[in-house]
Design a protein around this ligand. Structure first.
Ligand SMILES: *[C@@H]1O[C@H](CO)[C@@H](O)[C@H](O)[C@H]1NC(C)=O
Length: 377
């Protein structure tokens, strides 16, 4: 029993290490070093410097946006201020600037002829007035005529949008805001004032090469992107937003229907005799959407260690390619093969084969191998 345990201990407490074959060949040596260099430069250049594998990233940015628009314009010779042209009025990250309105005044409940057969403005009564070609409807009358000529608010290019954005990266508990200092006279310009949070609408439309006339009369959708890319290994002051603009309705620009952007709203009044009447507005608007995205990165030990390990392991990959070349492609490959793969030969089998074989040349080779094996032993 004790001798069994002793045997087990001696066979357990051993260490095996690989036996290496050193090949003094320039061509294989060059291939080996080139492959290693390639792998090292991939890890250093791409994985560590470009992809920054030594850092952890937080993309779950928390963000809050408040907006404020300023400026005066004119629609159908009526002066419009912020309360008239901004919808909704709360100053959210998504808002519309109304640039064109078709108003239908003094609508009351009743029956009247329909103006257009394509978009019904009320319920059909069934009475049709053939000489005019339109049917009678029941609803708010007179019916809206949205083919009316209007003048759009061209001045909206001079309006300014102020964006207040505060963000937080929850993983690192870092909060930042997009306003530095108290300069509220600045105007955003990507070259001269790229941190200014006040944007002239005309500047945005110019950057997007939008047709201002068309946009004002049909409406449209525009995105203002605020991107926070922060390297928290550097000073916190370098964690600043970058602004860019995008046309959100470009997928629908070729559509015949539903191009642009419009919506309807009404203002209700009561006459002295108690009947309700209303003013209907069909508003064409430019809808702005402030979109905040961000990534923060910071050094972390675990990904660093894992990636260094992966790099070191991958350097060993070079041997696979070198073996391929060594054992198949270069002169003397057979000798290398012999050295690399030592065969353990069954002596009895060789003896039988040698004595029975009629093939002299193969017999000779086997004999030589046999002697070699005997010598090396
Ligand atoms: C915008 O403002 C500039 C300078 O104040 C003025 O010259 C221009 O006419 C304005 N544009 C519109 C469409 O009102």
């Amino acid at each position: 029993m004790t001798s069994h345990a002793w045997n087990f201990m001696t066979s357990f407490l051993t260490y095996e290490t690989n036996k290496s074959v050193v090949v003094k060949s320039w061509s294989v040596g060059i291939i080996n070093r080139l492959v290693q260099l390639l792998i090292i430069s991939y890890f250093v250049g791409y994985v560590f410097l470009y992809e920054r594998a030594y850092q952890v990233a937080d993309t779950a940015i928390e963000s809050s946006v408040i907006t404020k628009v300023k400026g005066f314009g004119k629609i159908n010779s009526k002066i419009m201020d912020v309360a008239d042209y901004i919808h909704p009025p709360q100053g959210e990250g998504v808002f519309s600037i109304i640039t064109n309105i078709i108003t239908t005044d003094n609508q009351v409940q009743g029956t009247c002829p329909e103006i257009s057969v394509f978009s019904l403005k009320g319920r059909i009564t069934g009475v049709c007035n053939t000489p005019v070609g339109y049917c009678e409807i029941e609803g708010w009358c007179p019916a809206e005529d949205d083919k009316k000529n209007t003048t759009t608010m061209a001045e909206f290019v001079n309006f300014t949008i102020f964006i207040k954005n505060s963000i937080r990266f929850p993983l690192f508990n870092v909060s930042r805001g997009n306003i530095q200092g108290d300069n509220f006279k600045c105007r955003y310009d990507k070259l001269t004032d790229s941190f200014c949070p006040i944007f002239r609408v005309g500047y945005i439309l110019n950057e997007l090469q939008q047709d201002v006339e068309k946009l004002a009369s049909e409406g449209g959708e525009i995105g203002i992107k605020v991107e926070w890319i922060c390297n928290l290994d550097e000073a916190l002051d370098s964690c600043v937003p970058r602004y860019s603009f995008t046309k959100l309705n470009s997928p629908f620009e070729k559509n015949k229907v539903s191009k642009g952007y419009n919506f309807r709203f009404a203002k209700y009044y009561k006459a002295l005799d108690g009947t309700d009447f209303r003013t209907l507005h069909k508003a064409f608007a430019v809808r702005f959407e402030v979109m905040v995205t961000g990534t923060a990165r910071k050094f972390s030990l675990i990904p660093t260690v894992i990636n260094v390990m992966a790099a070191l392991t991958s350097i060993g990959m070079g041997t696979v390619l070198c073996d391929l070349v060594l054992l198949n492609c270069i002169k003397g490959a057979a000798q290398y093969k012999e050295k690399k793969f030592e065969e353990v030969i069954d002596y009895k089998y060789i003896y039988l084969y040698c004595t029975n074989s009629q093939n002299m040349s193969s017999q000779d080779t086997l004999q030589r191998q046999f002697n070699q094996i005997l010598q090396s032993d």
